[in-house]
Design a protein around this ligand. Structure first.
Ligand SMILES: [Zn+2]
Length: 145
């Protein structure tokens, strides 16, 4: 089955929209006397990044799962448009600013998640043997949480 959305206008000019079923591969057509109409292939929109949609028939009703949205009887999975929201950018650099005590300087500690590297602009990075100042260590602890 395919679903078609059919819109026509009543005598007041208000649109009326209905959903029709047609066997797959057949276009929707209607008889004369409707005036201006709009017909388009209709698909239910389902948004989820990972969970695939499915169709469930229960007690004579048809549901789009897993969101329990009641849909037209005869709806198949082909009538559902699975929209996967784009995942948020993971590899955004984390920047923590720490004012240096006793001066106007602000140290910037950065974490690059794509490489796992840390940098810091404070002098501590050069003093510490492993180039890890207290800011980097603190940020490391926060990233592990
Ligand atoms: Zn530092």
């Amino acid at each position: 089955m395919a679903l078609w959305q059919f819109t026509n206008f009543n005598k007041y000019g208000n649109p009326r929209t209905r959903i029709f079923h047609r066997p797959d591969g057949q276009a929707f057509s209607h008889g004369p006397g409707f005036g201006p109409t709009m017909v388009r292939r209709f698909k239910y929109e389902y948004k989820d990044p990972v969970m695939p949609p499915s169709i469930l028939e229960l007690n004579g009703k048809t549901y789009l799962m897993p969101i329990w949205k009641e849909v037209e009887k005869g709806t198949t999975i082909n009538d559902v448009e699975w929209i996967k929201p784009k995942p948020k950018r993971k590899y955004e650099t984390v920047v923590v600013e720490t004012p240096a005590s006793g001066s106007d300087t602000i140290y910037k500690t950065r974490f690059y998640p794509d490489t796992g590297n840390y940098t810091c602009t404070c002098p501590g990075t050069w003093r510490a043997k492993d180039r890890r100042c207290k800011h980097i260590k603190k940020l490391e602890n926060e990233q592990r949480k």
